[in-house]
Design a protein around this ligand. Structure first.
Ligand SMILES: C[S@@+](CC[C@H](N)C(=O)[O-])C[C@H]1O[C@@H](n2cnc3c(N)ncnc32)[C@H](O)[C@@H]1O
Length: 205
């Protein structure tokens, strides 16, 4: 079984209850994701992976004319997103972050939120995100951060018990990977959403 199949297997079990079970965590991480975000309101946005669509919901509530696409490897998570009337304008498809089904320069902004720790091919995924971003476009990446000891320990434990989990990174490691994958400007900040979850928000262009 390859890694994408393991992720699919796990999210097939989680999809139906995902929104309810993770609502507090999702609210906290997405409010930090969007806190300092400025958009014109008509940009082309890629949400990778879109999951059940909570980021797209919040973006469209504020900027209804955004042109949003989302991909995910889990058909069950996409099905949850597709059932939401407020996401009817979002183009969704099943795809892996490391093989994005889009032309070069197709997006003004790419989001990768709460998911990078699942990617078995992180560099290939970052290169794909860079490829589909136009010159001057930006990536917003938010994920668990190994600079927090508790997250590092959690990561070691998840490697043993969660077949979908790959690994987490420090800010420095992530910044290095982003530069190696073609991003030139990289800014980062860390934040906590609870005693357990220490996060990083990285913007790269
Ligand atoms: C914790 S959910 C987060 C989804 C969403 N970004 C959010 O903030 O709610 C993680 C999602 O990543 C997806 N996923 C994991 N690895 C992936 C990959 N390599 N390519 C595309 N989707 C992936 C899973 O199927 C799942 O829907």
């Amino acid at each position: 079984m390859n890694h994408a199949e393991r992720v699919r297997g796990e999210y097939a079990k989680l999809a139906a209850d995902y929104d309810q079970r993770w609502s507090r965590y999702t609210d906290a991480t997405l409010s930090e994701t969007l806190a300092s975000l400025e958009l014109e309101g008509t940009e082309r946005i890629l949400d990778v992976p879109i999951g059940t669509g909570p980021l797209a919901e919040r973006l469209l509530a504020k900027w209804p004319d955004l042109n949003i696409a989302g991909v995910d490897v889990s058909p069950e998570m996409l099905e949850q997103a597709a059932q939401k009337p407020e996401l009817s304008s979002v183009q969704m498809q099943e795809a892996c972050a490391s093989e994005l089904p889009f032309e070069d320069d197709a997006f003004d902004c790419v989001f990768c939120v709460n998911s990078f720790h699942f990617f078995a091919a992180p560099e290939a995924s970052l290169r794909e995100m860079r490829r589909v971003l136009r010159d001057g476009g930006r990536l917003v990446l938010v994920d668990w951060c190994d600079d927090y000891l508790i997250c590092k320990l959690c990561s070691l434990w998840l490697r043993l018990v969660d077949p979908a989990f790959h690994r987490t990174y420090t800010v420095e490691h992530c910044q290095r990977m982003l530069r190696e994958c073609g991003f030139e400007t990289v800014t980062a900040r860390r934040f906590r959403v609870s005693w357990l979850w220490g996060m990083m928000r990285i913007e790269a262009g």
